[in-house]
Design a protein around this ligand. Structure first.
Ligand SMILES: Cc1ncc(C[n+]2csc(CCOP(=O)(O)OP(=O)(O)O)c2C)c(N)n1
Ligand SMILES: [Mg+2]
Length: 275
């Protein structure tokens, strides 16, 4: 990847992190940890990989995205706002009464949201249904979903994995955000879903490993997903929960806690962002 492109994407990921923090700070609630861990993934998807049109969010030919780990809505909202689906200032209304940006994504109210989500395990199944629809219709658009590693403890995720391989959904790409933590502890201690790579291969998936914070690694992974025919692809993306804010990194406590004013100021300063 050219250095200028890498720099542009890094700047956008920084803006997305700032948008996440703005939202949860003003809401005084929400989920910063798992939102920050997918900033580069969301950046790469919406600014390089997917065909979408902010002027026409319901365009039939668009690629679809399902945030299966719906609690990380702040990341999706910050991405959509920076892409131009709605004003960045609206991020300050996160979780407020009468705001359309509620704690979990709502496809009926928010431009650019293709599927409502929040109940873990369901989103990847919706993504499978969308991908099968595209196959039936002979449409070229692709479907992307981001699944949490804690979420992958849900049985329904594995039912979806079986379904996607059975129907040879090579237009489906599931990114597993492997940040190692879920709501109350390390994923491997709560209910160990690893090794994802061996299990998904056994289910019939193409599996690609990636560094979730490295755009070159993401570029290679998404290219490998596109190139694979006859199988769905899982990108297992190694990430850091709370990435970019020193005191949030790898801390379960920041799964669903909003920063206080001083912490917010410090976090924004670390990101080089205006408060
Ligand atoms: C079916 C269901 N059970 C429980 C929850 C509550 N919950 C919200 S986030 C979370 C942990 C998710 O962990 P992970 O998927 O690793 O998310 P991340 O680390 O990316 O934030 C849980 C249990 C939920 N949203 N849905
Ligand atoms: Mg996790």
């Amino acid at each position: 990847m050219e250095q200028s492109k890498r720099q542009t994407l890094a700047r956008i990921a920084g803006d997305i992190r700032a948008g996440i923090l703005r939202g949860v700070y003003h809401a005084a609630s929400g989920h910063p940890g798992g939102s920050l861990s997918i900033a580069e993934i969301m950046t790469y998807l919406y600014f390089e990989e997917m065909s979408v049109d902010p002027e026409n969010p319901k365009w039939e030919g668009r690629d679809r995205f399902v945030l299966s780990k719906g609690h990380c809505a702040p990341a999706l909202y910050a991405t959509l706002a920076n892409k131009g689906f709605f004003p960045v200032e609206e991020l300050d209304t996160l979780r407020k009464i009468d705001s359309r940006l509620q704690g979990h994504p709502d496809m009926k109210g928010i431009p650019g949201v293709d599927m409502s989500s929040g109940s873990l395990g369901l989103g990847i199944s919706s993504a499978c249904g969308m991908a099968l629809t595209a196959k039936h219709k002979g449409e070229p658009w692709r479907v992307y979903t981001v699944v949490g590693d804690g979420e992958s403890e849900e049985g329904q995720v594995w039912e979806a994995a079986m379904f996607a391989a059975h129907y040879k959904l090579d237009n489906l790409c599931a990114v597993i955000d492997w940040n190692g933590l879920q709501i109350d502890g390390p994923v491997t201690e709560v209910m160990n879903p690893t090794p994802h790579d061996e299990k998904l291969r056994a289910f019939g998936w193409n599996v690609v490993m990636a560094d979730a914070h490295d755009f070159d690694s993401l570029e290679a992974a998404f290219a490998a997903a596109r190139a694979c025919k006859g199988k769905p692809t899982a990108i297992i993306a190694r990430s850091v929960k709370g990435k970019g804010v020193s005191f949030m990194e790898n801390k379960c406590e920041w799964h669903g806690t909003a920063p206080k004013e001083e912490q917010y100021r410090q976090a924004m300063a670390e990101l080089g962002q205006e408060v």
